[in-house]
Design a protein around this ligand. Structure first.
Ligand code: ADP
Ligand code: MG
Length: 289
Protein backbone atom coordinates (compact mmCIF):
# COMPACT_ATOMS: atom_id res chain seq x y z
CA UNK A 1 0.00 0.00 0.00
CA UNK A 2 2.80 2.41 0.95
CA UNK A 3 6.51 2.25 0.13
CA UNK A 4 8.80 4.84 1.62
CA UNK A 5 12.43 4.65 0.46
CA UNK A 6 15.26 6.69 1.98
CA UNK A 7 12.95 9.60 2.58
CA UNK A 8 14.56 12.88 3.64
CA UNK A 9 12.63 16.04 4.41
CA UNK A 10 14.40 19.33 5.05
CA UNK A 11 12.34 22.36 6.10
CA UNK A 12 13.96 25.51 4.77
CA UNK A 13 14.37 28.55 7.02
CA UNK A 14 14.07 31.88 5.23
CA UNK A 15 14.92 35.44 6.24
CA UNK A 16 12.54 38.40 5.78
CA UNK A 17 13.46 38.75 2.13
CA UNK A 18 12.67 35.11 1.50
CA UNK A 19 16.28 34.00 1.07
CA UNK A 20 17.08 30.55 2.42
CA UNK A 21 19.23 30.98 5.53
CA UNK A 22 19.25 27.42 6.76
CA UNK A 23 17.43 24.14 6.86
CA UNK A 24 16.17 21.68 9.42
CA UNK A 25 16.10 17.94 8.72
CA UNK A 26 12.73 16.67 9.98
CA UNK A 27 12.86 13.26 8.25
CA UNK A 28 16.22 11.56 7.99
CA UNK A 29 16.48 8.46 5.78
CA UNK A 30 13.19 6.78 6.62
CA UNK A 31 12.29 3.43 5.07
CA UNK A 32 8.82 2.10 5.74
CA UNK A 33 6.50 -0.37 4.04
CA UNK A 34 2.84 -0.69 4.86
CA UNK A 35 0.90 -3.65 3.48
CA UNK A 36 -2.78 -3.51 2.48
CA UNK A 37 -5.09 -4.05 5.45
CA UNK A 38 -2.45 -3.41 8.11
CA UNK A 39 -3.00 -1.37 11.26
CA UNK A 40 0.17 0.61 11.91
CA UNK A 41 0.88 2.82 14.92
CA UNK A 42 3.53 5.54 14.85
CA UNK A 43 4.83 6.80 18.18
CA UNK A 44 7.43 9.41 19.08
CA UNK A 45 7.86 12.46 21.29
CA UNK A 46 7.02 15.97 20.06
CA UNK A 47 9.07 17.09 17.09
CA UNK A 48 10.25 13.59 16.16
CA UNK A 49 8.83 13.96 12.63
CA UNK A 50 5.52 12.06 12.80
CA UNK A 51 3.34 14.74 11.21
CA UNK A 52 5.91 15.45 8.53
CA UNK A 53 5.93 11.75 7.65
CA UNK A 54 2.11 11.67 7.58
CA UNK A 55 2.03 14.64 5.20
CA UNK A 56 4.33 12.79 2.82
CA UNK A 57 1.98 9.81 2.69
CA UNK A 58 -0.85 12.18 1.82
CA UNK A 59 1.28 14.02 -0.80
CA UNK A 60 0.97 17.28 1.14
CA UNK A 61 4.77 17.51 1.14
CA UNK A 62 7.30 16.78 -1.56
CA UNK A 63 10.41 14.68 -0.69
CA UNK A 64 13.73 16.52 -0.40
CA UNK A 65 15.27 13.15 -1.29
CA UNK A 66 13.94 9.62 -1.61
CA UNK A 67 10.56 8.39 -2.75
CA UNK A 68 7.09 7.80 -1.39
CA UNK A 69 4.81 5.50 -3.39
CA UNK A 70 1.14 5.16 -2.40
CA UNK A 71 -0.78 2.34 -4.08
CA UNK A 72 1.70 2.38 -6.96
CA UNK A 73 1.61 6.20 -7.35
CA UNK A 74 4.70 8.31 -6.73
CA UNK A 75 3.84 11.38 -4.60
CA UNK A 76 6.43 13.42 -6.52
CA UNK A 77 4.35 13.13 -9.69
CA UNK A 78 1.86 16.01 -9.72
CA UNK A 79 -0.60 14.10 -11.87
CA UNK A 80 -1.16 11.71 -8.95
CA UNK A 81 -1.90 14.26 -6.22
CA UNK A 82 -5.69 14.24 -6.36
CA UNK A 83 -5.89 10.44 -6.61
CA UNK A 84 -3.43 9.97 -3.73
CA UNK A 85 -5.34 12.37 -1.47
CA UNK A 86 -8.55 10.50 -2.21
CA UNK A 87 -7.00 7.06 -1.63
CA UNK A 88 -5.02 8.05 1.46
CA UNK A 89 -7.38 10.15 3.58
CA UNK A 90 -6.11 12.16 6.51
CA UNK A 91 -7.67 12.95 9.88
CA UNK A 92 -5.99 15.67 11.96
CA UNK A 93 -5.80 16.50 15.64
CA UNK A 94 -8.37 19.28 15.84
CA UNK A 95 -11.83 18.27 14.56
CA UNK A 96 -12.95 21.93 14.55
CA UNK A 97 -10.55 22.69 11.70
CA UNK A 98 -11.85 19.83 9.56
CA UNK A 99 -15.61 20.23 9.76
CA UNK A 100 -17.14 22.69 7.32
CA UNK A 101 -20.78 21.62 6.94
CA UNK A 102 -23.66 23.18 8.91
CA UNK A 103 -25.24 19.76 9.36
CA UNK A 104 -23.43 16.45 9.94
CA UNK A 105 -24.73 14.67 6.81
CA UNK A 106 -23.83 17.64 4.62
CA UNK A 107 -20.31 17.71 6.02
CA UNK A 108 -19.81 14.00 5.36
CA UNK A 109 -21.07 14.38 1.78
CA UNK A 110 -18.73 17.25 1.00
CA UNK A 111 -15.75 15.11 -0.05
CA UNK A 112 -17.57 12.90 -2.57
CA UNK A 113 -19.48 15.92 -3.89
CA UNK A 114 -16.17 17.64 -4.58
CA UNK A 115 -14.99 14.51 -6.35
CA UNK A 116 -17.95 14.71 -8.71
CA UNK A 117 -19.73 11.62 -7.38
CA UNK A 118 -23.39 11.49 -8.62
CA UNK A 119 -25.94 12.77 -6.06
CA UNK A 120 -27.66 9.45 -5.47
CA UNK A 121 -24.34 7.75 -4.75
CA UNK A 122 -23.28 10.59 -2.43
CA UNK A 123 -26.27 9.78 -0.18
CA UNK A 124 -25.44 6.08 -0.23
CA UNK A 125 -21.89 6.90 0.79
CA UNK A 126 -23.05 9.27 3.54
CA UNK A 127 -25.37 6.63 4.97
CA UNK A 128 -22.67 3.99 4.85
CA UNK A 129 -20.04 6.27 6.45
CA UNK A 130 -22.33 7.37 9.28
CA UNK A 131 -23.19 3.75 9.95
CA UNK A 132 -19.56 2.63 10.11
CA UNK A 133 -18.62 5.20 12.77
CA UNK A 134 -21.99 4.74 14.53
CA UNK A 135 -23.31 8.31 14.29
CA UNK A 136 -26.42 7.78 12.13
CA UNK A 137 -28.52 9.30 14.92
CA UNK A 138 -26.53 12.55 14.68
CA UNK A 139 -26.97 13.11 10.94
CA UNK A 140 -29.29 16.14 11.21
CA UNK A 141 -27.35 17.77 14.04
CA UNK A 142 -25.11 20.80 13.82
CA UNK A 143 -21.47 19.68 14.23
CA UNK A 144 -20.89 22.60 16.64
CA UNK A 145 -23.15 20.97 19.19
CA UNK A 146 -21.36 17.63 19.28
CA UNK A 147 -18.79 16.33 21.76
CA UNK A 148 -15.13 16.12 20.72
CA UNK A 149 -15.35 12.36 20.13
CA UNK A 150 -18.48 12.77 18.02
CA UNK A 151 -16.91 15.58 15.98
CA UNK A 152 -13.84 13.51 15.31
CA UNK A 153 -16.09 10.64 14.13
CA UNK A 154 -17.78 13.10 11.75
CA UNK A 155 -14.30 13.93 10.33
CA UNK A 156 -13.57 10.23 9.95
CA UNK A 157 -16.94 9.64 8.25
CA UNK A 158 -16.09 12.47 5.83
CA UNK A 159 -12.88 10.68 4.91
CA UNK A 160 -14.59 7.27 4.60
CA UNK A 161 -17.14 8.76 2.19
CA UNK A 162 -14.30 9.34 -0.27
CA UNK A 163 -13.71 5.56 -0.30
CA UNK A 164 -10.05 5.64 0.66
CA UNK A 165 -7.88 2.53 0.79
CA UNK A 166 -5.88 3.97 3.64
CA UNK A 167 -6.55 6.46 6.44
CA UNK A 168 -3.83 8.33 8.29
CA UNK A 169 -4.92 9.64 11.67
CA UNK A 170 -2.50 12.22 13.08
CA UNK A 171 -3.06 12.30 16.86
CA UNK A 172 -6.84 12.17 16.37
CA UNK A 173 -7.45 11.77 20.11
CA UNK A 174 -5.04 14.42 21.44
CA UNK A 175 -7.81 16.93 22.16
CA UNK A 176 -10.39 14.45 23.45
CA UNK A 177 -11.44 13.25 26.88
CA UNK A 178 -11.02 9.54 27.74
CA UNK A 179 -14.47 8.54 26.49
CA UNK A 180 -13.97 10.50 23.25
CA UNK A 181 -10.61 8.78 22.81
CA UNK A 182 -12.26 5.37 23.17
CA UNK A 183 -14.95 6.27 20.59
CA UNK A 184 -12.36 7.28 18.02
CA UNK A 185 -10.08 4.28 18.54
CA UNK A 186 -13.06 1.96 18.36
CA UNK A 187 -14.04 3.55 15.03
CA UNK A 188 -10.48 3.23 13.70
CA UNK A 189 -10.33 -0.44 14.65
CA UNK A 190 -13.70 -1.12 13.00
CA UNK A 191 -12.52 0.52 9.78
CA UNK A 192 -9.54 -1.78 9.79
CA UNK A 193 -11.16 -5.04 10.89
CA UNK A 194 -14.57 -4.75 9.23
CA UNK A 195 -13.95 -2.50 6.22
CA UNK A 196 -10.38 -3.70 5.60
CA UNK A 197 -9.04 -0.15 5.32
CA UNK A 198 -5.31 0.26 5.99
CA UNK A 199 -4.85 2.40 9.11
CA UNK A 200 -1.87 4.50 10.15
CA UNK A 201 -2.47 5.84 13.63
CA UNK A 202 -0.11 8.47 15.01
CA UNK A 203 -0.56 8.80 18.74
CA UNK A 204 1.18 9.64 21.97
CA UNK A 205 -1.15 7.46 24.00
CA UNK A 206 0.67 4.15 24.30
CA UNK A 207 -2.55 2.31 25.19
CA UNK A 208 -3.88 3.11 21.70
CA UNK A 209 -0.94 1.42 20.01
CA UNK A 210 -1.49 -2.03 21.54
CA UNK A 211 -4.08 -2.86 18.85
CA UNK A 212 -1.65 -2.25 16.00
CA UNK A 213 -0.17 -5.03 13.87
CA UNK A 214 3.14 -3.16 13.93
CA UNK A 215 4.49 -0.18 15.83
CA UNK A 216 7.14 2.30 14.64
CA UNK A 217 8.83 4.64 17.08
CA UNK A 218 10.32 7.84 15.66
CA UNK A 219 13.14 9.87 17.14
CA UNK A 220 14.82 12.89 15.53
CA UNK A 221 13.38 12.07 12.11
CA UNK A 222 14.50 8.44 12.15
CA UNK A 223 12.77 5.18 12.90
CA UNK A 224 14.29 4.20 16.23
CA UNK A 225 12.28 1.06 16.99
CA UNK A 226 9.86 -1.17 15.13
CA UNK A 227 8.05 -4.42 15.77
CA UNK A 228 4.83 -5.81 17.16
CA UNK A 229 3.42 -3.87 20.13
CA UNK A 230 4.64 -6.69 22.37
CA UNK A 231 8.18 -6.50 20.99
CA UNK A 232 8.37 -2.72 21.22
CA UNK A 233 6.78 -2.30 24.64
CA UNK A 234 8.77 -5.10 26.23
CA UNK A 235 11.88 -2.90 25.86
CA UNK A 236 10.87 -0.51 28.64
CA UNK A 237 14.39 0.92 29.01
CA UNK A 238 14.73 1.80 25.31
CA UNK A 239 11.28 3.40 25.32
CA UNK A 240 12.35 5.53 28.30
CA UNK A 241 15.51 6.58 26.44
CA UNK A 242 13.24 7.73 23.62
CA UNK A 243 11.26 9.76 26.19
CA UNK A 244 8.17 7.59 25.85
CA UNK A 245 6.10 5.64 28.30
CA UNK A 246 4.87 2.14 27.85
CA UNK A 247 1.26 1.19 28.67
CA UNK A 248 0.61 1.38 32.45
CA UNK A 249 -0.04 -2.35 32.69
CA UNK A 250 3.20 -3.13 30.84
CA UNK A 251 5.11 -0.89 33.24
CA UNK A 252 3.54 -2.53 36.28
CA UNK A 253 4.35 -6.01 34.94
CA UNK A 254 7.92 -4.89 34.22
CA UNK A 255 8.37 -3.62 37.78
CA UNK A 256 6.95 -6.81 39.23
CA UNK A 257 9.34 -8.83 37.07
CA UNK A 258 12.30 -6.75 38.25
CA UNK A 259 11.19 -7.50 41.82
CA UNK A 260 11.54 -11.21 41.00
CA UNK A 261 8.09 -12.31 39.86
CA UNK A 262 8.08 -14.84 37.05
CA UNK A 263 6.25 -12.87 34.32
CA UNK A 264 6.76 -12.77 30.53
CA UNK A 265 7.97 -9.52 28.93
CA UNK A 266 5.62 -7.24 27.01
CA UNK A 267 2.34 -7.77 28.85
CA UNK A 268 -0.11 -5.35 27.23
CA UNK A 269 -3.48 -5.64 28.96
CA UNK A 270 -4.86 -6.06 32.47
CA UNK A 271 -6.31 -9.42 31.46
CA UNK A 272 -2.92 -10.71 30.30
CA UNK A 273 -1.36 -9.59 33.58
CA UNK A 274 -4.10 -11.21 35.64
CA UNK A 275 -3.66 -14.47 33.71
CA UNK A 276 0.12 -14.38 34.11
CA UNK A 277 -0.31 -13.86 37.85
CA UNK A 278 -2.70 -16.82 37.95
CA UNK A 279 -5.69 -14.66 38.85
CA UNK A 280 -8.43 -16.21 36.76
CA UNK A 281 -11.38 -14.64 38.53
CA UNK A 282 -12.29 -10.97 38.64
CA UNK A 283 -10.18 -9.62 41.49
CA UNK A 284 -9.22 -6.32 43.01
CA UNK A 285 -5.84 -6.54 41.31
CA UNK A 286 -7.46 -6.88 37.92
CA UNK A 287 -9.81 -3.99 38.56
CA UNK A 288 -6.97 -1.77 39.74
CA UNK A 289 -4.77 -2.74 36.80
P1 ADP B 1 5.82 15.62 15.37
O1 ADP B 1 4.56 15.51 14.59
O2 ADP B 1 6.44 14.30 15.70
O3 ADP B 1 5.64 16.45 16.61
P2 ADP B 1 6.75 17.31 13.18
O4 ADP B 1 6.78 16.47 11.97
O5 ADP B 1 5.62 18.24 13.36
O6 ADP B 1 6.92 16.37 14.47
O7 ADP B 1 8.09 18.17 13.25
C1 ADP B 1 9.38 17.61 13.05
C2 ADP B 1 10.40 18.73 13.12
O8 ADP B 1 10.22 19.62 12.03
C3 ADP B 1 10.32 19.58 14.38
O9 ADP B 1 11.63 19.93 14.77
C4 ADP B 1 9.53 20.79 13.93
O10 ADP B 1 9.88 21.91 14.69
C5 ADP B 1 9.97 20.94 12.48
N1 ADP B 1 8.88 21.50 11.65
C6 ADP B 1 7.62 21.02 11.52
N2 ADP B 1 6.90 21.75 10.66
C7 ADP B 1 7.73 22.73 10.21
C8 ADP B 1 7.58 23.82 9.29
N3 ADP B 1 6.43 24.03 8.63
N4 ADP B 1 8.66 24.63 9.09
C9 ADP B 1 9.82 24.42 9.73
N5 ADP B 1 10.04 23.41 10.61
C10 ADP B 1 9.01 22.58 10.85
MG1 MG C 1 2.59 16.08 14.99
Amino acid sequence: MIQIRNLIHDYLRRDEEGNVEGSHRAIDHVNLDVHPGEFIAILGHNGSGKSTLAKHINALLYPTEGTVVVDGMNTADEQNLWKIRQEAGMVFQNPDNQIIGQVVEEDVGFGPENMGVPTEEIWERVNESLRIVEIEHLRKKSPNRLSGGQKQRVSIAGVIAMHPKCIILDEPTAMLDPSGRKEVIRAARALNKVEDITIILITHYMEEAIYADRVFVMDEGRIAMQGTPREVFSDVDRMKELRLDVPQVTLLADELRRKGLDLPAGILTADELADALGLKEETDVRKQA
